[in-house]
Design a protein around this ligand. Structure first.
Ligand code: AMP
Length: 191
């Protein structure tokens, strides 16, 4: 299997690039943010619980996030592989993912990390608010909090994959096509 963690701060372009990569490599795209938003839209119990954290730009607790992610993986028993977008976001999630995948006889192939400067991220997210309709994109203080949470809780996850020799950093600036070619150049080394 080809299991890719597409990593980077909010606004780095993970969603855009995932859509392209999943078609090119025939992978299943699992975005925890999208799954939470789907649950909120459908007023599920999980959506209700997640919303309180998402509205503030905080992380949804690991216990909820990990069990949700695992049940999504199980739904795709015949997948050639997955793009994990927005997951793992904490070291506990990274460890849980490894244990879970090992139990299924597979593992993470690599982490592709999109690297983008902070002011560029804020500009992109505030711009995106007009098309995404996301409340957490529209409010600059929430956007800044999401980036602070990323720096504090999520950035260390890169070290986890670095230690395993699975980290590939890619410049997340330029045109969509330029960034895609950089990602594919890294990924093609594994296929
Ligand atoms: P995203 O669409 O990836 O920007 O995620 C939007 C929001 O969903 C985040 O700000 C978090 O509140 C929540 N979220 C998404 N993925 C995770 C995760 N892996 N762990 C905890 N919270 C998450």
């Amino acid at each position: 299997m080809l299991n890719v963690v597409l990593f980077g701060p909010p606004g780095a372009g993970k969603g855009t690039q995932s859509e392209i990569l999943l078609q090119r490599y025939g992978l299943v795209h699992l975005s925890t943010g999208d799954i939470f938003r789907y649950n909120i839209k459908n007023s599920t119990e999980l959506g209700l619980q997640a919303k309180a954290f998402m509205d503030k730009g905080e992380l949804v607790p690991d216990s909820l996030t990990i069990s949700m992610l695992e049940s999504e993986v199980v739904k795709h028993a015949h997948a050639k592989g997955f793009i994990f977008d927005g997951f793992p976001r904490t070291s506990a999630q990274a460890e849980a993912l490894d244990t879970f995948l090992a139990g299924r006889g597979t593992g993470i192939t690599c982490m592709l990390a999109l690297e983008v400067g902070e002011e560029e991220l804020i500009k992109r997210l505030l711009n995106r608010a007009s098309t995404s309709g996301r409340a957490d994109d529209a409010d600059e203080s929430i956007v800044r909090n999401r980036i602070a949470v990323y720096n504090r809780e999520t950035a260390p996850v890169a070290g986890y994959y670095q230690a395993l020799g699975k980290y590939c950093g890619v410049a997340g600036v330029g045109t969509v096509e330029e960034i895609t070619s950089r990602l594919c150049a890294e990924l093609d080394a594994f296929v």
